[in-house]
Design a protein. Sequence first.
Length: 353
Amino acid sequence: MTGTLILTKQCNLRCRYCFETHENVFMTEETALAAVDLLTGDDQPQGGISFFGGEPLLRKELIYRCVERVRTLYPAKQFTYNMTTNGLLLDEEFLTFARDNAIKIALSHDGLMSRVNRLYPDGRDCLALLDEKLALLMHYQPNTFIMATLSADYVEQAAESVISLYEKGISQVNLALDSRPEAGWDDDSMDELGRQLRLIADYVFAAFREGKQISFNGFDEKIRSITQQKSCHVCHLGYRKLYIDWDGAIYPCIQFGGLAAFCIGDVTTGIDEETRKSIHRRSLVKPSFCGDCALKERCVNDCACLNYQQCGDMGEVSPEQCAFQRVLIETADELARRMIEQDEEQFIKRYLK
């Protein structure tokens, strides 16, 4: 069991596709430490905390306190730390702390698309400072994981933007769609998305041919779903992860934050097991939309929180998500075929072992 702590809903950016409300609310130290105790106080030998927001680096001191709590009271516990950040508040002090305490940092960065999507409240873009912070982060964590978001309005910039990140030395990129209901995906933008994914696949293949190790998460997951019989996604809603909101309320996923019907407890009273089990059972209903689709076992159709965000129903899949998954699988399979023909031994080392 791991827990994600929503340290604040406030942020120093106003990204065009953000689903957050940017409320001026902050998790108190009392709530944060109670959350740490909840996550570490069981009999399991290991656990983990993810720091999230809003922008979690607005609460650096609280991150320090949480890690200190685990280190002081639970020294024998095998604990992992993660954080997702826009990176603009990273500095040498925090990165040294992160290195010393093995906090893995995932950076939100849209490549060149950051110019139009990742904006300060006054409308200015943050790309120059973001790239500066990226270089600093890579000095401390060379295998930095990049989380990019693609909006329908700028889909034609997807490949160029992802490739620009690889050219900066990044080796791992995940590309997610702007999944808000009002995002505006249609047949034309989905067709263009397919073209952009093929351009990214060409770049990944060229790197493979040259013996370079770069990862495009979407392709790698789909390929391993065949080579390792490994599911691309299994939704253990409410059991694998807990999302602890700024006020201490506990939800099975971040997409359900603030929705009373999905609250499964709080950090002071613990988890209501009956509510958790009930929500989990509801999430197990497979979408009728998928029917006998040959690709459904390699898809994220069981992601209850994504389905709820897009459709208002955990058991339904949006047409745009279906189209995205289909073109992602098709492109990944074609990439795998090219890799095998180029160097089967290297392909086996990468995807079977």
